[in-house]
Design a protein around this ligand. Sequence first.
Ligand code: ADP
Ligand code: MG
Length: 246
Amino acid sequence: MTQIQINIHSKTYPAVGQAGHHLAIANLNLSFKTGEFVCLVGPSGCGKTTLLNIIAGLDTDYEGEILVGQQYTHPQIGYIFQNPRLLPWRTVRENIELALEKHQSPAIIDPMLEVMQLTQAQNVYPERLSLGMSRRVAIIRGFAIEPDVLLMDEPFVSLDAPTARQVRELLLKLWQQRPHTVLFVTHDLREAIALADRLIFLSAAPMAVISEIIVPVPRAERHNEDAIEAFRQQLLNEYSEIKQLL
Ligand code: ADP
Ligand code: MG
């Protein structure tokens, strides 16, 4: 079942320092199935953040439409940014509780804190968290509202490799317990293969889809660096257009 269909006919920005417009996105059609984990991979400046902002409803200055099921509407969105954006004067738990809808019980946070190994840290303030811990809090906050789509914009880019790997594994654990449609932006092909059901490769501006590839590596093998690297090499050998992107 297709849950969300995105058709962006055009998205332009005023050209910087000159007259006219910069065409950021043209004729982009994407669809996402319920519960699918999709990684969007593309070069810096190709329009990935612009796309997520349009899906999130933060940017409405574009031509096109977003369909949820059969309806023209806006999906309920969870958005996890590069910077975790925690309120420094609230504890871990309070930061998550603030995101909840009125009808949601705060008790739903407990099992998520446990999966993300944050139960012991729930009453501390963000300044005492490591970079990896604050990403884990932001992930719980994103899942807690049970969004139609969870958007993640290069959330692990500033982490060292072992920490990024640990947070990725915990993210997958939480996602497998609470399946949600995830759109995860990265320019790290290994990260994308470790996480995604499907990879979407995007071109430089105006953004277009270059290839869409289902990741064949079984979920149980995603922690295996050799399996990830073997598929990465296979992709680079088979698709010269992907090699040029990265
Ligand atoms: P990415 O996230 O893939 O690195 P962005 O979506 O941030 O790319 O940007 C896509 C393009 O649009 C870039 O060329 C960028 O300079 C331009 N752009 C982004 N935001 C604005 C803005 N507010 N005004 C003008 N140009 C912008
Ligand atoms: Mg970006």
